[in-house]
Ligand binder design. Sequence first.
Ligand code: NAD
Ligand code: USQ
Length: 382
Amino acid sequence: MRILILGGDGFCGWPTALYLSEQGHEVAIVDNLARRAWDIELGANSLVPIATLNERIVAWQELAGKAITVHVGDLQDYAFTGQVVRDFAPDTIVHYAEQRSAPYSMIDRQHAVFTQVNNVVGTLNVLYAMKEFAPDSHLVKLGTMGEYGTPNIDIEEGYLEVEHNGRRDKMVYPKLPGSFYHASKVHDSTNIEFACRIWGIRSTDLHQGVVYNVQTAETKRDARLSNRYDYDGVFGTALNRFCSQAATGHPLTVHGAGGQTRGFIDIRDTVRCIELAALNPAERGELRVYNQFTEQWSVQQLAERVQAVAGTMGLETTIDHVKNPRVEREEHYYNAKHTKLLDLGLQPHLLTDETVRDLLTMAVEHRDRIVLDTIPAKVNWR
Ligand code: NAD
Ligand code: USQ
């Protein structure tokens, strides 16, 4: 297949590009390199050194003998986006290219506005480019489990059967996002559903949980292919962050009571889920929603897991219940369905002590690079 990966220089996009290229698909990347600029803005970095996008592409060509084309540009620029879609003529467009940090979106008004404009306008431009230049292509859009929030009923995959005053209907599952970032994903979902309904666009909206782990079989092949490892208080996410903290002797930063439960997925399963969605496209006019995670845990459970494995490696670790900078439920019901990707053939990598040990080993190896001041989560939701 011809697969265009928007956001292909990022944490999920880069390993996806390599994996799909390795499977024999023709892959092109679009990225405006904004993620690298946000590191500079925040004084943060990837725990594992990463090569430039150019160096990455050259290394992949050398090692795998496969070409990936790159288009550096911004999805907010419609002339650019339209031209890439027209020229590449993709079968599938995988859309990762958004500002994806909840804390970043909550820094202040400017960051909230930037996040929503970047994400919503970028996605609208992609939809218009598809309508104009590639009406039969399939949009595989990265949404988030955080669109649903933490309702007191089971979370379904996108839609809910409702009976009201004696009548029944299937409706989009109610949304309760937890940040202006998560809200931008809700706005995207609304726009995508509308575009499918009026223009016959085909789309799969993958409501992905928190991604953990860093490397895949392809990114491990050479240091120049390495994936990024975010650990800072703005872009770092729960499990990977706890491993980096254990490696530096920093207490594990559980927010408040730690009962916050989320769906999690290994990066190796992320790349496979994208392939499964691409190989089994939605019908014209159809918007499918798949919940893309494999297991659910509370942050307290994750911290205890990391603490236990770190202990076996001689890393003494404490767990700190820091005052929660976010406004979120710290104890709640959580039961989210996630069978549709399994039905398509996903064989999940469930979390093992070995994976936690790999992350800890990687973090210990590079711990001199950690900027200690960036570890605490300082962005306040209030
Ligand atoms: P990332 O920030 O590492 O990668 C996103 C990439 O998109 C970056 O390389 C960035 O430069 C690029 N980008 C952003 N705005 C752009 C624009 N306007 N034009 C062109 N390029 C642009 O993020 P990630 O962790 O790889 O996440 C990818 C997607 O998956 C996001 O949409 C995110 O919401 C979703 N997601 C991520 C996670 C996670 O835990 N990382 C979980 C669920 C969903
Ligand atoms: N948390 C801690 N301590 C930390 C970091 C996080 O207790 O040091 C808690 C948070 O308060 C939250 C939970 O862990 O309750 C998850 O936070 P996170 O930073 O790991 O992930 P989140 O902000 O939800 O965002 C990440 C990605 C985002 C994606 C989302 C999937 O950055 O792009 O959309 O995961 S989901 O959570 O399902 O919405």
